[in-house]
Ligand binder design. Structure first.
Ligand SMILES: *Cc1c(COP(=O)(O)O)cnc(C)c1O
Length: 475
């Protein structure tokens, strides 16, 4: 047994032997000699482990070399790269949430490559405040008295709770103790901010008297959290924000709302009705509303806090604010995005324009793409291709409107000669520009709503890459 292990170990090529291959120099120029060596070690260690666990694995030097090159290829190119989103989920958190408008990109480019007025007032020739660039815009667009921005909405909630309710009590409905995206849990955020969580009501129903009877001399805040990615249906009851704010103000405490998505415009026209706009929250009496910049708002990652000037002033002096400071590129993108709202140019904001895409236009787009795909497949040796336009339900994503369905269109494709749908999805994911999508009924679906101009050609290219790498496959 031991001898078998030793003889298998001897089949693993040595580091020195691998380092003299001519292709090593190419990788060295990309990532340096040390990283090349570390990568080779990583692969060789996998073989050593496998042999120890199961000594009769079959391999030869050629296979080891192939694995080494595969890992070196991966490490020599950027892993953070563009993908095609054919899922029909507009605000896809794993795929980077909102895309920036052209105006925002231009602003980022100008600011990142030039010295700028980040904290400089050209009128006075003195130091300025970085928040000045966007706070007035947020006030105009939401009707708030004051605003402040931080790194993201999770940071906004931590900051507000810490500054306003540290060592005091914060009352939240049991139905709103939500977890968003796996790492943002309301009870954990409360603990982090040193505020005592007072849960009231039941999971499905909370009444005004549940809140009022929980208020003590030590209560600092009533907090309302938008349940974002989930809804309780059936026998439910939540207290309207008007009543919560009246109750809070009667007792001289603050009513704060984490609204999540930060909608600035009305989306009822698109059939999306179960999210309030930030302005609606403030008009209903919220003292403070927090929301994300890169969800429905369609800007960069940011956390916005808007509301009463008196309350926001208390946040300005809280030391955590400095740790959650917003970067100049983000501020540039955010200012440019907010200015598009001010102008009413909503269509220039990709997230908004994707939400409002008309089904008939998506159908036309799908028919065009179908023809493009068909003529490509006709030029190949593939014989049993099925491709058709189908109806789909697209989603907003990002925890917004979980129940709202956007009527869309996709091109559905079956290519049995190339393998199962699972195999095809893997092949598309591994294309030089990865194509991310899903399957239904044994067919891969390319949703039109989330494709950007030119993506159709890239998808055809991905099929072509695969067919040229495996020219004999399926024959
Ligand atoms: C998304 C969301 C958050 C987290 O926001 P980030 O910008 O991702 O930090 C917090 N609260 C609610 C209600 C959300 O929907």
């Amino acid at each position: 047994m031991k001898e078998e292990v030793q003889s298998a170990m001897r089949k693993i090529p040595s580091m020195d032997k691998l380092l003299v291959f001519p292709w090593v120099a190419v990788y060295e120029s990309e990532i340096g000699r040390d990283a090349v060596k570390a990568t080779i070690t990583e692969v060789l260690d996998v073989y050593r482990k496998k042999i120890k666990a199961n000594h009769d694995i079959a391999f030869d030097e050629e296979i080891v070399v192939r694995d080494v090159k595969k890992l070196l290829d991966l490490k020599s190119t950027s892993s953070f790269k563009k993908v095609i989103n054919a899922t029909g989920v507009i605000i896809h958190t794993n795929l980077g949430r909102s895309l920036l408008a052209d105006e925002a990109i231009k602003a980022v480019n100008d600011i990142a490559t030039c010295y700028n007025t980040l904290e400089y007032s050209v009128q006075e020739g003195t130091r300025g405040r970085r928040g000045d660039h966007v706070e007035w815009l947020l006030c105009r667009l939401t009707g708030a008295e004051a605003a402040i921005v931080v790194n993201n909405n999770a940071g906004a909630v931590v900051l507000a709770l810490g500054a306003l309710a540290k060592n005091k009590e914060t009352i939240v409905s049991r139905g709103e103790l939500v977890e968003i995206g796996g790492s943002f849990r309301i009870p954990d955020i409360m603990a982090l901010s040193d505020t005592k969580l007072i849960e009231v009501g039941a999971t499905n129903r909370t009444h005004l008297k549940d809140y009022s009877s929980a208020i003590t001399n030590n209560t600092a805040l009533l907090l309302k959290v938008h349940p974002s990615n989930y809804r309780i249906a059936g026998f439910t009851s939540v207290v309207p924000r008007e009543e919560l704010s009246a109750l809070a103000h009667k007792h001289g405490i603050i009513f704060m709302e984490d609204v999540g998505s930060g909608m600035l415009i009305d989306t009822k026209e698109a059939g999306l009705t179960d999210e309030p706009t930030v302005r609606e929250c403030l008009e209903a009496g919220s003292d403070l509303v927090t929301f994300s910049g890169d969800k429905l708002l369609g800007g960069p990652q940011i956390g916005a806090i808007v509301g009463s000037a008196e309350v926001i002033d208390k946040l300005r002096t809280y030391p955590l604010l400095r740790a959650l400071r917003v970067d100049k590129m983000t501020l540039a993108a955010f200012e440019a995005t907010l200015r598009l709202y001010l102008k009413g140019s909503y269509e220039s904001i990709p997230t908004i324009s994707m939400i409002f895409k008309k089904p008939e236009d998506l159908k036309k787009q799908a028919e065009c793409f179908l023809n493009q795909l068909k003529s490509y497949f006709d030029s190949t040796k593939l014989r049993s291709v099925t491709a058709e336009v189908v109806n789909t339900i697209d989603t907003v994503g990002g925890g917004a409107f979980p129940l709202s369905e956007l009527k869309g269109y996709a091109v559905a494709v079956r290519l049995p000669e190339l393998g199962s749908t699972g195999k095809l999805l893997e092949m598309l994911r591994n294309a030089s520009t990865p194509i991310i999508t899903g399957a239904s009924d044994d067919k891969i679906l390319f949703h039109m709503r989330t494709l950007r101009p030119g993506d159709e050609e890239i998808i055809v290219k991905a099929f072509n890459e695969f067919l040229t790498i495996q020219p004999t496959h399926g024959e």
